[in-house]
Design a protein around this ligand. Structure first.
Ligand code: MD3
Ligand code: FE
Length: 217
């Protein structure tokens, strides 16, 4: 029995898992497009390189980030915010590619959000040993719009809490090709990524990349 061939076949199947009211996992949703997505990401990162931002408290984030779209998320000693310009290059962020917009809208529609128009895509790059501490996403203007998250590369243990920081946290494994749509009551829930384990993905090597599509402005 060739287990790796068996697994690769099985993991092309798309299915949905409801996490809680407002949050849906679409397993393997973008897997057929992953090569095209990666080629597009290389072009974006050439224009707006990945960088480790500084938190308002003065710590360097372990996750490296870049953005595309009309607005990009930035953090520095002055705070967190969305900005139309990349502070590293002084240029506008690369445009949101049509491929990304279409995938984000198809995922949102599959989760019940018919008219999602994102104006921002935050691109997070995790290497083994990096993490994203528990937080809420509160820098966007419109909490009625969902956030669509796309996972690529090595797996991550996603930490999913509730509306209060002290709420019990569930762990969900997110793997290459998974999409999660977060809206409704889940939109302001605390969440994070546990320390990434050493691993290698056939297309991405020892890294995980997460795209989050947002209506920021
Ligand atoms: C649940 N990113 O960029 S994506 C972030 O995998 C962020 O890089 C993680 O949290 C990552 O802010 C998690 C899943 C996600 C994104 C936004 C959410 C889950 C969410 C907003 C509200 C609730
Ligand atoms: Fe977040």
């Amino acid at each position: 029995m060739n287990f790796s061939l068996f697994d690769d076949h099985a993991s092309d199947t798309v299915w949905t898992e409801d996490l809680c009211p407002g949050a849906v996992v679409l397993r393997n949703f973008i897997k057929p497009k992953s090569e095209e997505i990666l080629a597009t990401l290389e072009r974006i990162a050439a224009a707006a390189p990945f960088r480790q931002m500084t938190t308002p408290g003065g710590y360097q984030m372990s996750v490296a980030m870049t953005c595309c779209g009309d607005l990009g998320w930035v953090s520095d000693r002055r705070g967190y915010r969305y900005d139309g310009y990349d502070p590293e290059t002084g240029l506008r962020w690369p445009a949101l590619p049509a491929l990304f917009l279409t995938l984000a809208q198809q995922a949102a529609a599959a989760a019940g959000y018919a008219d999602f128009i994102p104006d921002s895509c935050l691109i997070n790059r995790y290497l083994p040993g990096t993490k994203l501490s528990l937080h809420q996403d509160k820098d966007e203007c419109d909490y009625a719009a969902p956030i669509v998250s796309v996972s690529l590369g090595i797996p991550a243990s996603f930490l999913f809490g509730g509306p209060r920081r002290q709420d019990r946290v569930r762990r969900i494994l997110l793997t290459h090709g998974d999409v999660v749509v977060w809206g409704g009551p889940a939109r302001l829930y605390y969440h994070g990524i546990a320390v990434i384990k050493s691993d290698a993905h056939p297309l991405l090597g020892p890294q995980r990349i997460n795209l989050t599509f947002r209506k920021a402005g």
